[in-house]
Design a protein around this ligand. Structure first.
Ligand SMILES: [Zn+2]
Length: 181
């Protein structure tokens, strides 16, 4: 493969990122190629070490004899559904000690992100395995978040889980809790 083809392959790979168009993918590729090789290698190695926790889907580095990253909240009756890994800290800082489920994105038909891409059925699996009393859908107030919240509510209803989800229009950057602690 010639270097030009490799360059195009890099741009195409970056173009797959949600919300990145061909022009932004080009800018990202140029930026990446200007970084020292060592720092790129370190970033890639760190990414390779990380896995999603099978329970909350937070990124973590698995350790021997530790099944989940979130063992400390085992048995807790509250669960917050948040969009990104970083949202977890915002809620923990406010004293929330319950469980989390991280979506890693929102439904966006325009960008080809459907329930399959977000693996939303895993939420039902998690809830069936370890039931909760209440769920807070802590999503932003935009259209994609509302679509995602609606889909999750339907998913929970269809699975006939004994939960009434509290659908909250919470700005995740503020990290407001859907109920008082
Ligand atoms: Zn976890």
């Amino acid at each position: 493969m010639s270097s030009a083809r490799e360059y195009q392959a890099l741009v195409r790979a970056l173009d797959q990122l949600p919300g990145i168009g061909p022009q932004a993918a080009l800018r990202c590729a140029r930026w990446l190629l200007q970084q020292p090789q060592n720092s790129l290698l370190e970033a890639l190695q760190a990414a390779q070490r990380l896995q999603q926790c099978p329970r909350c889907r937070r990124y973590w580095q698995p350790q021997p004899q530790v099944e989940f990253c979130c063992n400390s909240d085992l048995g807790h009756a509250d669960l917050l559904v948040v969009v990104y890994d970083d949202d977890v800290e915002a809620y923990r800082q406010q004293g929330y000690r319950g469980r989390f489920f991280i979506l890693h994105g929102l439904l966006s038909p325009m960008q080809g992100i459907g329930p399959k891409q977000l693996r939303l059925s895993e939420l039902v699996t998690v809830l069936q395995r370890e039931p909760v009393a209440r769920i807070g859908l802590c999503l932003p107030s935009d259209v994609e978040a509302q679509t995602t919240a609606y889909y999750i509510r339907q998913l929970i209803q269809r699975a006939e889980l004994p939960i009434q989800p509290d659908v909250m229009d919470v700005d995740t950057t503020a990290g407001e809790l859907p109920w008082p602690i």
